[in-house]
Design a protein around this ligand. Structure first.
Ligand SMILES: Cc1ncc(C[n+]2csc(CCOP(=O)(O)OP(=O)(O)O)c2C)c(N)n1
Ligand code: SF4
Ligand SMILES: [Mg+2]
Length: 348
């Protein structure tokens, strides 16, 4: 694997890479699938943020969504894990080298059905990574069974009627202690990009629950996971803009909404122009209440739903220090007979 950082002619970013350098293989997903649009936004965001491909890890489980890391960051490290088990994989990989940045892609089946336990525990531990759930309400890869995020009472041609209440990814994330919880819609490319940039700057796990329509199995106009529904019903909580750390923040007077500026872990900023007058993304109970209201009323609220940058990441709470575990030399990995004897004495 190579990191193509040699300056090239044509339009390149600050580290000399063209946007095409951040692409992967051509997509094999259905044409019009929301997951394709999200993969394209990752390509653009990585280009704009001058991401070094060799410093990026991409991870996934199983599903159409989980296939998509093949379609972006073709020069980065990647691992396509077992169904619902990506969080364990991510935890291990990022303990081995906590200086890597990571983008994980999962599906609603992968994270809210078979992988729900893993999802909750990776959030408790606050492993630093961007965790994208490409949420279409069905198991697309296995031909359209209801997933755990499907609406109660929803009818699908082949799957019948869904009798069970939905699991809300954002609510579960907030409950599990996640400090960056956002929802978006794959049809709103600009918002997806701004949230991804902010998520990459967060110091712990950042969850992006992106409604991503499955055009093959769940795109009827009545479905809350369809393009039509998303376009008609999206309610942004705020207008969102991301300012990288190297750019100076300008506090503009927005009209009519008030502007709220949130500083991220790496010194960059997220500017939130309030659209809902009383919405405060730092109010945990307020966020839960707003999500509950949205679920009851089938509203697609989007934006940064909850933010709290104060919790330490797993690498910080484990006091991993500056050198990644996989780069420690033998003298530090094997402390020797004397240190071991001291350790044993301490256990007596
Ligand atoms: C242990 C295990 N159980 C079941 C399956 C079958 N399976 C493959 S993908 C999938 C669901 C994927 O749904 P989702 O995560 O929502 O992804 P989508 O295809 O909708 O993007 C299932 C049940 C599997 N691969 N492994
Ligand atoms: S089956 Fe659905 S989720 Fe899978 S690629 Fe096709 S549209 Fe996308
Ligand atoms: Mg799905």
């Amino acid at each position: 694997m190579t990191d193509t950082t040699t300056p090239r002619a044509g339009r390149v970013n600050a580290i000399g890479l063209a946007q095409t350098d951040y692409k992967g293989l051509p997509s094999t997903l259905c044409q019009g699938c929301g997951h394709n649009s999200i993969a394209n936004q990752i390509v653009q965001v990585a280009y704009e943020l001058n991401v070094r491909p060799a410093e990026m890890l991409k991870l996934s489980g199983i599903g159409c969504s989980s296939k998509s890391p093949a379609y972006f960051l073709g020069q980065s490290f990647g691992f396509n894990g077992l169904h619902g088990r990506m969080p364990s994989l991510a935890t291990g990989a990022l303990m081995g080298n906590h200086t890597m940045r990571a983008i994980a892609v999962s599906g609603d089946g992968d994270s809210a059905s078979i992988g729900l336990g893993q999802f909750k525990h990776v959030l408790r531990r606050n492993v630093r990574m961007v965790y994208i759930v490409e949420n279409n309400g069905v198991y697309g890869l296995t031909k359209g069974q209801f997933s755990a995020t499907a609406d109660e009472g929803q009818e699908l041609k082949y799957a019948g009627t869904n009798e069970f209440p939905p699991i809300d990814i954002c609510m579960e994330a907030i409950l599990a202690g996640c400090g960056f919880v956002a929802r978006s819609f794959s049809g709103d490319a600009q918002q997806v990009r701004e949230l991804m940039k902010a998520a990459l700057s967060h110091g712990g796990t950042a969850v992006l629950d992106i409604i991503s329509p499955c055009v093959a199995f769940n795109n009827a106009d009545t479905s809350t996971k369809s393009y039509h529904y998303g376009k008609e019903h999206e309610i942004p909580l705020h207008g969102i803009g991301f300012v990288p750390s190297e750019e100076e923040i300008e506090i503009e007077a927005y009209d009519p909404g008030e502007l709220r500026v949130v500083e991220m872990h790496d010194g960059s900023w997220v500017k939130l122009r309030k659209l809902e007058a009383d919405y405060d993304p730092t109010d945990r109970m307020g966020a839960m209440h707003r999500l509950q209201w949205a679920q009851e009323n089938q509203e697609l609220i989007t934006g940064l739903v909850y933010y709290d940058g104060s919790r330490p990441s797993l690498a910080e709470s484990s006091r991993l220090g500056d050198t990644p575990l996989n780069a420690l030399d033998e003298s530090r990995v094997r402390p020797g007979r004397e240190a071991l004897a001291g350790l044993m004495d301490g256990l007596m």
